[in-house]
Design a protein around this ligand. Structure first.
Ligand code: PEP
Ligand code: MN
Length: 338
């Protein structure tokens, strides 16, 4: 429920109401605004009805939050959220590009790929130290050593780093090295992981599961917010359909759909969304045009030698060309490259 207080409500009304909400066993939320104070109550709405808050003299209105994802919804939080990952802010007027190789392979490969990403204008580096692989024989990352390399490269280049965490047992070490934690498509509904990452104190990049509906993605994000972490960036990375020409079908419908219903920033990953290097730039431009807040792009210093996702990784000069082509599209939708 959303409880809007009257503009002239006495200063102690909010505290009194929040105490009543919490005493009734509901989760109280306090959202002071410039003009009026808005309160929230999450939980069993029948319990809230019994409090009859609407008849309080300082209350202007009480209305239900219709979306099942309460904290994530725009009903509760009408303005865009801005998520800060190190020095990078996603969700504001800047359009941000996060780039890097699929995996941390060696220090040299990570550094060279990150340098190429930075030179072309990326605002953050992303590379995996823990890689979810379809085959148990695939390269699954260097773990803690990969985290150390990524942190070193990020510090040297002065860019924030984003990296995936796959297991609750690794949340602490990943959070100690990264500026933001990625929850990958395969773990979008790993509820124990969502809860643990929700409590880790670092921003999160939550990727849509390959078979997940948009509502399921938003409910997965709700787990993070409900655990106390509101620094969440959503990522559309393509879904599995009957189409086999591309690795996935990049669902750009999801971008305006989510932006209308949620205050969280949304980035698009056209690398996994297409699986084909030559399709990455056109879909990146389309993502910017339809309202995404940023991109996640795989760039490798030498994609032919990549240990994972080489076929979709851009060569440095292709990434440079993408960034050049992106600038006028970003401007046309009223934003600037971060
Ligand atoms: C990745 O980002 O490299 C990755 C494994 O992505 P996804 O979880 O979207 O498949
Ligand atoms: Mn990858």
């Amino acid at each position: 429920m959303i409880i809007v207080l009257k503009p002239d409500a006495p200063a102690d009304t909010a505290d009194e109401m929040l105490a009543r909400i919490s005493k009734a066993g509901l989760k109280p939320l306090h959202m002071p605004g410039a003009e009026r104070v808005v309160l929230g109550a999450l939980g069993d709405e029948r319990v809230l009805a019994e409090l009859h808050l609407e008849s309080h003299p300082a209350v202007e209105s009480v209305k239900p939050i219709l979306a099942p994802y309460k904290l994530v919804s725009r009903e509760l939080h009408p303005h865009d959220s801005v998520v800060r990952i190190g020095a990078m802010a996603i969700g504001g007027s800047a359009f941000q590009v996060i780039a890097g190789p699929c995996a941390v392979e060696t220090h040299e490969q990570t550094r060279a790929s990150a340098l190429a990403a930075k030179a072309a204008g990326a605002s953050a580096i992303r590379a995996g130290a823990y890689k979810p692989r379809t085959s148990p024989y695939g390269f699954s990352g260097h773990g803690p050593e990969g985290l150390r390399i990524l942190r070193q490269v990020g510090d040297e280049l002065g860019l924030p780093v984003v990296t995936e965490v796959m297991d609750t047992a690794d949340v602490e070490v990943v959070a100690a090295h990264a500026d933001a934690l990625q929850i990958g498509a395969r773990n979008m509904q790993n509820f124990a992981l969502l809860r643990a990452v929700g409590q880790c104190g670092k921003p999160v990049l939550l990727k849509r599961g390959m078979s997940a509906k948009i509502e399921e993605l938003l409910l997965a994000a709700e787990y993070l917010l409900a655990a106390g972490n509101d620094q969440v960036v959503l990522c559309e990375r393509g879904i599995r359909t009957f189409e086999t020409a591309t690795r996935n079908t990049l669902d750009l419908n999801a971008i305006p759909y989510i932006k209308q219903r949620s205050h969280l920033p949304v980035v698009v990953d056209p690398s996994h969304g297409t699986g084909i290097r030559d399709l990455v730039q056109p879909m990146a431009l389309a993502a910017a045009a339809c309202g995404a807040d940023g991109l996640l792009i795989e760039v490798h210093e030498n994609p032919a030698a990549a240990l994972s996702d080489g076929a979709q990784s851009l060569y440095p000069d292709q990434f440079q060309a993408l960034m050049e082509a992106l600038a006028p599209v970003v401007r046309a939708v009223g934003r600037r490259l971060g």
